[in-house]
Write a protein that binds this ligand. Structure first.
Ligand code: G3P
Length: 218
């Protein structure tokens, strides 16, 4: 299972990268806003800064909602760095744009996915990655993990290569459940990745080992 970090915060991206387990980065306009990144030039520079930290796919989202705008913007984003993946929303124009980018060899991440039907369409259009928002599915009183299982089954039934990139992850347990359900990737906040480290018995055990070592060695 690959781990992406879901943030535009450079310090957090560097911290996750230093752990040695980071495979990529996802961003979105809300995450860019959270870091105070505004203005087209600054946004583009920020994507390059991220690419200079992590050697893996970096999703950069288009903000156009029409096909022509998505194509123009996506081509500009893809030209920034070879690791850029163009993030495209799950809409009619978005599906057309994903098909276009796929035919040009430009990698895509189909975002704002909330149903298996949407996942099927994105795979048929040739999306490289698919982002089901499992936390937001849970927020709507549906089952985000069940959605991952359903998409896994469909993709395996037909041999689709689109990678399932579980997004809107809120907890370490979400990551574990996504791994059980067969997601290819989890894109997570740093807190959820670090949360995987935690177990009180690890802390208690380590404290005991160090104490015993000191008793013998002085
Ligand atoms: O990857 C999508 C993510 O950024 C959305 O997360 O917590 O706003 O649903 P959230």
């Amino acid at each position: 299972m690959k781990f992406f970090i879901d943030t535009a915060n450079l310090a957090q991206i560097a911290e996750a990268n230093d752990l040695g387990v980071l495979d990529g980065v996802t961003t979105n306009p809300s995450l860019m806003m959270k870091e105070g990144i505004s203005g087209r030039d600054n946004v583009l520079k920020h994507y390059v800064d991220i690419c200079n930290i992590v050697d893996g796919p970096v999703s950069a989202e288009v903000i156009s909602v029409d096909f022509a705008g998505m194509v123009k913007e996506g081509e500009q984003l893809a030209a920034l760095h070879h690791n850029i993946v163009v993030k495209v929303p799950m809409t009619k124009d978005g599906i057309k744009a994903i098909k276009y980018f796929s035919s040009k060899g430009i990698k895509t991440n189909c975002t704002l996915v909330f149903s298996a039907g949407q996942a099927l369409l994105a795979a048929k259009a040739g999306a490289t990655f698919l982002s089901p928002f499992i936390g937001r599915v849970d927020d709507s009183c549906w089952d985000g993990i069940e959605l991952i299982s359903q998409i896994r089954l469909i993709y395996d039934n037909y041999g689709f290569n689109t990678e399932i990139l579980a997004a809107s992850i809120r907890t370490p347990m979400h990551i574990v459940k996504c791994a059980e359900a067969g997601a290819d990737i989890a894109t997570c906040p740093l807190s959820s990745i670090l949360g995987l480290l935690k177990h009180p018995l690890t802390d208690i055990g380590l404290e005991q080992f160090i104490a015993d070592y000191k008793k013998v060695e002085g």
